[in-house]
Write a protein that binds this ligand. Sequence first.
Ligand code: AMP
Length: 459
Amino acid sequence: MVLGGRLFYIVADSLQQRQLVRVPLSPPRGMDDILPDEFPLHRRLVETVRLLFRLYGYREVETPTVEYYELFAAKSGEEILSHMYVFKDAHGRQLALRPEMTAPIARLVTGKLSKSPHPIRLGYVADCYRLDEPQWGRRRRFYHGGFEIFGSKEPAADAECLVIFNDFLARAGVKDYFFKVGHVGVQRAVMTSAGIKEEDQDRVLALLDKGRVEEAESLVRQHAGNSEAVQLFSELAAHPPGPGFKTLEEVRERLGQLEPAARELENLRRIIELVSQNIEPSRLKYYPGFARGLSYYTGFIFEAYGSGADIALGGGGRYDGLVSLFGGEDIPGVGFAIGLTRVMQYIMDKEGAELGPDTPLAYIAPLAEEVIGHAFKAASEFRRAGIPTELEPSVYSASESIRRAERRGARFVVMIGRREAEKGTVTVRDLVERVQEEWRADEIYGQAKALLEKVGVGV
Ligand code: AMP
């Protein structure tokens, strides 16, 4: 029974009693079903990510959706911790739905994969959960497609991340996009020079990430041992973003004699130099005041934006201390996650990507009860040839079968009546060109192959 279009009553059969239970017909708030019309686009994005795993040498892994809460509590940052789904299991253990995948991947590198030769490149496609306030592009369940490299401190590893993301966006068909790049190593070096402890630095960077610049500055002022560093921190935070190399020069000048910060900046320059062969310079903007919410970042950071929405399509950066935090060796890491759900919403709503379900290419229609066996056989031959094929389990007239095939979006309807069964043939009608042929049963495979070549689609 449908109530108000959304609520549904079902009769639940328990051992003791039958009772009426009210079940909402929609998933929990902020979570989405992926429906047949949407799935091909979702799958195309996921397949693009998987193609890039192969092309760039990342080995795909999967970890459970549920992890111990402590895995994330260690270093995911206040912002994420306060938005986590946390619950206890029957034994009182505290568990969480994963809000991101870098910590689970670092868990693997610390444990089961600790003997793998370096660098270790790992990839994943995973649904993540955050109790964010649902809105456009911000969901409580969303997909991350991610790439992580462990065991290299070299800027070429950071640069590879940007190049892969650029490759993804180009293949996904995002037209107008750019990368916001930054380097928390520079801000951290400035804060270290002022004697600010790492945990306080994390808090400052988290505030910067949320755009709460004044609060970040006042925290720096509160913990800093010298006013020069406070001034420098504020100048970096306020420095206008701009094209990569030009802005690097401006910041370099400002850093003056502060060697540790200048070294971090040099690292950023090298990364930008390395990617400039693959990524148009106009797509790279350096934001000296940029920080990211996860507190494990130690160096280069970046996010991708489409020009149609002021919301990141993905991001990542360098996190050199993460593995040692879990008790492993001191293995450096850099990586990023593409927000696949957000990218999908972006290309649908801002770039007009078309939706539509997977459709069969052939629709097999038995026209009499006694030919169903023949229809089964014919369907197998079509599939053997690689043609997506739907078999109609009921019997309809020829005209009704054609109507049904059209409604399914099929290109060919394959009709088998008593006459065809006796002659050992099938009738194949092309619903686009409106022509019809009769094939012998033993030539179905060959003919179907030829059809596939002609229409140029298949699986
Ligand atoms: P983060 O782990 O926060 O760096 O997230 C990486 C990317 O995942 C972001 O840039 C977004 O594209 C995507 N993302 C993060 N949170 C959400 C969310 N609540 N809903 C949809 N996408 C998200």
